[in-house]
Design a protein around this ligand. Structure first.
Ligand code: SF4
Length: 233
């Protein structure tokens, strides 16, 4: 295992409110890694595709502790598992230090080496993202009961894909939560409301109720609180 001097490419580390998942609404430190091998049509993190700066695991831990000595930390990107060699020991260190650690990942890279105790929030890409089929189906075996699986939806086609995926793989019984979330317009500016969702949340709610989908409807809190173009929130 690499020593703590190994360096990672980091876009930003900041404290904000967790906007998604069953942890939504809680204060959270975000460690956002640089780089992604996917190009989702509604991506709100394109600024992570390049740039960033090198930091050691030790420097990242220091920054996280400075922002919050305890509580919730999310490892996100980009796709954090592209830096698996360094991010795995980082997550283990954070767990050992008593943090609740969330890993936001598209599930395209192998997840079996993610330390036990890390809550994996796996974002299975739907057809309208342009990255359908990117999820590695073998990663279903790496899911733990504490994990969550998220589908970001922008059409009826996406909804039916997610509904059928959940049923086919019995996701309701495998993980803590299955999350259905309407994609949000990345061009939204000024006052924002549900009309900026690419799929009407009311329509989505009615479909979920009609089909008895074992999923939780989630709105991306941070998109309503802050301008979607704003970084570090
Ligand atoms: S996986 Fe995430 S960071 Fe990468 S393109 Fe898709 S939404 Fe953007």
């Amino acid at each position: 295992m690499p020593v703590s001097g190994s360096q990672m490419q980091i876009t930003e580390i900041y404290k904000s409110i967790q906007g998604e998942s069953t942890y939504a609404g809680l204060p959270c430190v975000f460690v956002r890694l640089t780089g992604c091998n996917l190009r989702c049509s509604w991506c709100d993190s394109e600024y992570t595709f390049s740039g960033g700066h090198r930091m050691t695991v030790e420097e990242i831990i220091e920054e996280v502790e400075h922002l919050s000595p305890s509580g919730l930390v999310e490892i996100t990107g980009g796709e954090p598992m592209l830096q698996e060699r360094e991010v795995v020991p980082l997550m283990q260190r954070l767990l050992d230090d008593g943090y609740t650690v969330l890993l936001e990942t598209g599930g395209e890279r192998p997840l079996e080496r993610v330390p036990k105790g890390v809550v994996k929030i796996v974002d299975v890409k739907c057809p309208d993202s342009g990255e359908a089929d990117s999820f590695d189906i073998h990663n279903l075996d790496a899911l733990d009961s504490i994990d969550e699986v998220k589908f970001v939806l922008s059409s009826r086609t996406d909804y039916e894909f997610a509904r059928d995926f959940v049923a086919h793989h019995h996701l309701g019984g495998r993980v803590t939560a299955v999350l259905f979330s309407p994609a949000f317009s990345k061009d939204a500016r000024g006052p924002r409301d549900s009309s900026h969702c690419l799929l009407d949340p009311r329509e989505l709610a009615e479909w979920m109720l009609a089909d008895d989908v074992p999923a939780r409807l989630g709105l991306q809190l941070h998109k309503f609180i802050w301008d979607p173009a704003m970084k570090s929130v």
